[in-house]
Write a protein that binds this ligand. Structure first.
Ligand code: 3PG
Length: 212
């Protein structure tokens, strides 16, 4: 049986969602599925994020939904109670990582440098978010990490889009790429889910090299 981290990284793409209106969450999740990306990181930077997670978890179970922009254990607990299957943090937050591991919740902490990575290794993690990817050295930094951190896999996020996703995914230590480019906030607000389906399909085409 696939574990949850395999599902997340198997999708190769992690849509980073900023949603202001929970009533759009189910349609958004269906659009992700239709676009071939059955995974979503709902960022806890809007008031309705928890409710969006809950609605997706309940009504679109084929989408593996997680919570992003998690800064505290309270937020992590609240997200998991609402149905989040994994937790993403922008920086390395030891107490959130510890809580997730104690509770068997996959956690993808943000690491932007070797010091953060060392902290992640101390917790036995094998997959981290590389954030903010482009301004932290991007492809060059990931190639440099491959030497000392063999076996560690990264989910670069921040500044990735359809123009550079293929290059990131070609690196052997990249498990998946995260980003908001396939789920732009303005399209979610406008309810333009058919355009989101197209953006997701294009991202999948670039990630896997085939059309859906
Ligand atoms: C995140 O929270 O991971 C970032 O805001 C996503 O970055 P992007 O908008 O550059 O894709």
């Amino acid at each position: 049986m696939k574990n949850l981290m395999d599902i997340i990284t198997g999708a190769a793409l992690m849509p980073v969602v900023v949603i202001d209106d929970h009533t759009k969450s189910v349609e958004l999740a269906r659009a992700l599925c239709a676009g071939g990306i059955p995974v979503a990181e709902i960022t806890f930077r809007t008031d309705c994020a928890r409710q969006a997670v809950q609605e997706i978890a309940e009504k679109v179970p084929e989408v593996t939904v997680g919570a992003g922009t998690v800064h505290t254990v309270d937020q992590a607990r609240s997200a998991v109670d609402a149905g989040a299957k994994f937790i993403v943090t922008p920086g390395f937050v030891p107490d959130v990582v510890e809580w997730c591991l104690e509770n068997d919740i996959p956690v993808i902490p943000g690491c932007s440098n070797a010091t953060d990575i060392e902290a992640a290794l101390r917790f036995g993690l094998d997959t981290v978010k590389f954030f903010p990817a482009e301004v932290s050295g991007g492809i060059k930094a990931l190639k440099s990490f491959a030497g000392p951190y063999q076996g560690l896999r990264f989910i670069p996020t921040g500044g990735i889009d359809e123009n550079n996703v293929e290059e990131y995914l070609s690196l052997s230590n990249v498990a998946a790429c995260g980003g908001s480019w396939m789920v732009p906030k303005n399209l979610i607000e406008a309810g333009d889910f058919s355009r989101i389906v197209s953006l997701c399909r294009e991202a999948v085409r670039r990630a896997f090299g085939f059309e859906l």
